[in-house]
Design a protein around this ligand. Structure first.
Ligand SMILES: NC(=O)c1ccc[n+]([C@@H]2O[C@H](COP(=O)([O-])OP(=O)(O)OC[C@H]3O[C@@H](n4cnc5c(N)ncnc54)[C@H](OP(=O)(O)O)[C@@H]3O)[C@@H](O)[C@H]2O)c1
Length: 300
C-alpha cells in the first residue's frame, strides 16, 4: 500500500509510513458529559459519559465495522476518554491504532490551557500509557504548542518518549507550516491535526505542505460539529445528487481533497458512526467537489 492516489486501496493511509489506517477514523471527544450538560460548541468534555456501557458498545461497534484510527486526548473528561478506549478495545488488535494527545491542562470545565513543560509532558505520557493499558502509544500528539516553552523542548520530550519505545509516532495539533518545520528538525512528524472542513479552510497551506511530505492531515470538526449534517445545510444539495447523507458528503469532500486527509468524526450514535464510515464509498465529481468548496470560499 502507498500513500498516493494510485494506492491499490484508496481508503487506507500508511500512518508514519508503516501503520495502515482506514481514512475515516473515530473521534472520542464527544463521549463525555451527561444529560442536561451543554452540547455542541458549549460542551464541557469534563466528566465521563453518564451511560458508560453505551459508550463502550459504540467504541466496539466502530472497531467491528472496520474503523481503525481512534482519536482521544488526556484532556477529554480528564482522562476518562482514554479509560473508555481501554475498557472497550484492550487488548488492541492489529486493526486498531490509538492516537492520544498531551500538553493541555483542564483547571476547570471551561478552560483548556496549553502546558508544554517537558517534565509535565513526560508525566502525562506515562499517565496516558497507564489509562490506555499499553506499553506503546501508536500516535502521540502535542495537543497545543505552549508559547512559553521552546518548540524544540516540547517536541524533544516526545522524541525522548519515542526513543524509549513508549511512543510509535509523533503528531502536532493546531500548528502552522513554520511550526511544523521547526518540530520536524527535532523528530519526524507523522500527523498534523488541525481544524479544517469544507467551510473552514484556514489551514490550506498545512494541507498542501503535509501532502508533499507523506504526513497525515487529520481534520478535526470534519462535519463542523454537526453543522454540515443537517438536511437543509450547505451540503444537502450535493448529498441528494450523489445519493448520500449530508454528513457523508461533507466527509467525502475531505477524502477527495487529498489522499493524506484522514477525518475523525465524532458521534454518540451507532447509526451515525456507521453512516460516517460509509463516506469511504461516496464519490464526488470534480464539479461537485468545487461546488462544495465554494461554501468555504464564500465564508473566507
Ligand atoms: N486537536 C484538537 O484540538 C481537537 C479539537 C476538537 C476535536 N478534536 C477531535 O476531533 C473529533 C471530531 O470533532 P467533533 O466530534 O467535535 O466534531 P464533528 O465530527 O465535526 O461533529 C460531531 C457532531 O456531529 C454530529 N454527527 C456526527 N455524525 C453525524 C451524522 N452522521 N449525522 C448527523 N449528525 C452527526 C454529532 O452528533 P451525534 O452524536 O448526534 O451524532 C456531533 O454532535 C473529536 O471527537 C476529537 O477527537 C480535536
Amino acid at each position: 500500500m502507498t500513500n498516493n492516489a494510485n494506492s491499490p486501496d484508496a481508503t487506507i493511509f500508511q500512518l508514519g509510513g508503516d501503520l495502515p489506517v482506514r481514512r475515516i477514523g473515530y473521534g472520542t471527544m464527544r463521549l463525555a458529559d451527561g444529560p442536561g450538560d451543554p452540547a455542541g460548541p458549549e460542551a464541557r468534555i469534563w466528566t465521563a459519559p453518564a451511560d458508560r456501557a453505551a459508550a463502550v458498545r459504540l467504541l466496539r461497534t466502530a472497531a467491528e465495522a472496520g474503523g481503525t484510527l481512534f482519536d482521544t486526548a488526556d484532556a477529554y473528561a480528564l482522562g476518562a476518554g482514554e479509560e473508555l478506549l481501554a475498557e472497550a478495545l484492550h487488548p488492541y488488535g492489529d486493526g486498531v491504532a490509538v492516537a492520544t494527545k498531551i500538553g493541555v491542562v483542564r483547571p476547570s470545565p471551561t478552560e483548556w490551557v496549553p502546558l508544554g513543560h517537558p517534565a509535565y509532558l513526560r508525566q502525562q505520557a506515562e499517565l496516558s500509557l497507564r489509562r490506555l493499558r499499553t506499553e506503546r502509544i501508536d500516535l502521540l500528539y502535542l495537543h497545543r504548542l505552549d508559547e512559553n516553552v521552546p518548540v524544540a523542548e516540547q517536541v524533544g520530550a516526545l522524541r525522548q518518549l519515542q526513543e524509549e519505545g513508549k511512543v510509535r509516532h509523533v503528531g502536532l495539533s493546531e500548528v502552522t507550516v513554520a511550526q511544523l518545520d521547526e518540530a520536524e528538525s527535532v523528530t519526524p512528524i507523522a500527523a498534523v491535526q488541525n481544524l479544517y472542513n469544507l467551510a473552514t479552510r484556514d489551514h490550506e497551506a498545512v494541507v498542501e505542505h503535509t501532502a508533499g511530505r507523506g504526513i497525515a492531515f487529520v481534520p478535526f470538526f470534519p462535519i463542523a460539529m454537526g453543522g454540515h449534517a443537517g438536511p437543509d445545510g450547505p451540503v444537502a444539495e450535493v448529498a441528494r445528487e450523489v445519493g448520500a447523507t449530508p454528513s457523508q458528503t461533507a466527509l467525502a469532500w475531505l477524502l477527495h481533497r487529498a489522499p493524506h486527509v484522514l477525518p475523525i468524526p465524532g458521534t454518540n450514535s451507532a447509526a451515525h458512526l456507521l453512516e460516517n464510515l460509509g463516506a469511504l464509498d461516496v464519490r464526488l465529481t470534480e464539479e461537485q467537489f468545487a461546488r462544495l468548496g465554494a461554501v468555504g470560499d464564500a465564508a473566507s
